[in-house]
Design a protein around this ligand. Structure first.
Ligand SMILES: NC(=O)c1ccc[n+]([C@@H]2O[C@H](COP(=O)([O-])OP(=O)(O)OC[C@H]3O[C@@H](n4cnc5c(N)ncnc54)[C@H](OP(=O)(O)O)[C@@H]3O)[C@@H](O)[C@H]2O)c1
Length: 342
């Protein structure tokens, strides 16, 4: 009797918000590893706003093809192995996609498979020590370059990336203003993540509130949202500010993205706006993990994970990011590891 491999395939290029019908659930026999290969039982999936781009068009990675499994990072357990470097029972991380099983020779479509260090949980591997934590670390320190005393403005402040940025900036001695949707998230941003203030963009005038909270302007903007929130930030720059263009989630479901109106504020304030892609920092990931682990050990970094369950809920879990339902890192747990850990 062969195990079943449930797979969510891309059925159509989404138009606007992703719908369940943009994907198709198929059941296939689990694959068998060949010589030099190993079989991973996927246990946890990571959900990232960039997946919306991957299923739309070529970006910094080629678009997922119609009929292919949807690309996603994940953690899983090696359940069969013909590979000398991967033992049965080990927990591993890689780009396994929206499916139960993945056969690998050590590489996935977009990242190598790495063995999890003992003591690192799947949630940490995909969150604070994964793409979002590392994005926060390198985006803030390498692109934003804050110094003690700077005022740092962070949008998407209750999310996986933004919440880590807040705490990194606080640890560097900065004053931090978060922007998030709703009173509950704003409460968490100040009371748990430790921002000095939080603007609720759903009920407050963001540009006016930034002006009240930072009358001399903000020195660093860590931008996760874009659109009108970025415009409000640009209207409140200090001289020689650094705007880190990490993401622009407000436009990811838009058919016709809108432009940035007050861009000349960059000129007036002699400021710099710079984008980056975390994959370019791959050679320095260990440095980021060390810095983030140190802050956790010192009690200066608190992490929130939002773990959904049920393989049938995979498309709905992606939607949660765009509906603002997640607090912290959005994950989905498919199963516990089926074998004893090696
Ligand atoms: N450059 C890179 O290499 C890189 C790497 C990773 C992530 N990113 C970017 O970083 C950003 C955050 O990613 P993440 O994985 O940490 O996600 P996240 O912040 O944990 O989740 C997304 C959050 O975005 C907010 N949001 C969604 N739609 C919005 C809208 N229309 N207007 C305002 N806010 C909206 C929601 O929070 P509210 O409830 O507060 O609205 C939601 O919880 C994204 O833009 C992503 O593309 C970039």
């Amino acid at each position: 009797m062969t195990d079943t491999n449930r797979r969510w395939l891309l059925a159509a290029r989404p138009h606007g918000m992703v719908k369940d019908t943009d994907f198709k659930l198929v059941h296939e026999p689990a694959p068998e590893p060949g010589p030099g290969e190993f079989l991973v039982r996927v246990t946890h999936l990571s959900f990232d706003p960039t997946q919306r781009g991957w299923i739309t068009a070529d970006t910094y990675l080629p678009a997922v093809k119609i009929g292919d499994v949807v690309r996603a990072g994940g953690v899983g357990q090696v359940v069969k192995s013909n590979h000398p470097g991967f033992k049965v029972g080990q927990l591993v991380q890689g780009g396994f996609g929206w499916q139960d099983y993945f056969v690998s020779s050590g590489m996935t479509e977009f990242m190598p498979v790495s063995i999890l260090h003992p003591g690192v949980t799947p949630e940490q591997a995909l969150g604070v020590f994964g793409i979002t934590g590392l994005t926060a670390y390198f985006g803030l320190t390498d692109v934003g370059k804050p110094v003690a005393g700077d005022t740092v403005l962070v949008s998407g402040a209750a999310g996986a990336t933004g919440s880590v940025v807040i705490q990194l900036a606080k640890a560097l001695g900065c004053r931090v203003i978060g922007i998030a949707g709703g009173p509950d998230k704003c409460g968490w941003v100040t009371s748990v993540a430790g921002a000095d203030a939080c603007i609720d963009y759903k009920s407050e005038n963001v540009a006016r509130r930034i002006k009240e909270l930072a009358p001399k302007g903000v020195n660093v903007v860590f931008e996760n949202v874009g659109g009108e929130i970025l415009e409000a930030a640009l209207m409140n720059l200090a001289q020689r500010a650094r705007v880190v263009l990490c993401g622009g989630i407000s436009s990811y479901n838009e058919v016709e993205p809108t432009g940035i109106r007050p861009y000349m504020q960059l000129t007036v304030t002699r400021s710099r706006m710079e984008g980056f892609i975390i994959l370019d920092y791959a050679a320095r990931y260990a440095e980021g993990v060390m810095a983030l682990s140190k802050l956790i050990a010192e009690g200066k970094l608190k992490v929130a994970d939002d773990v959904q369950t049920g393989f049938e809920n995979v498309p709905a879990t992606l939607r949660r990011l765009f509906e603002g339902k997640n607090l912290g890192k959005q994950l989905l747990k498919i199963t516990d590891p089926p074998l004893p850990l090696a």
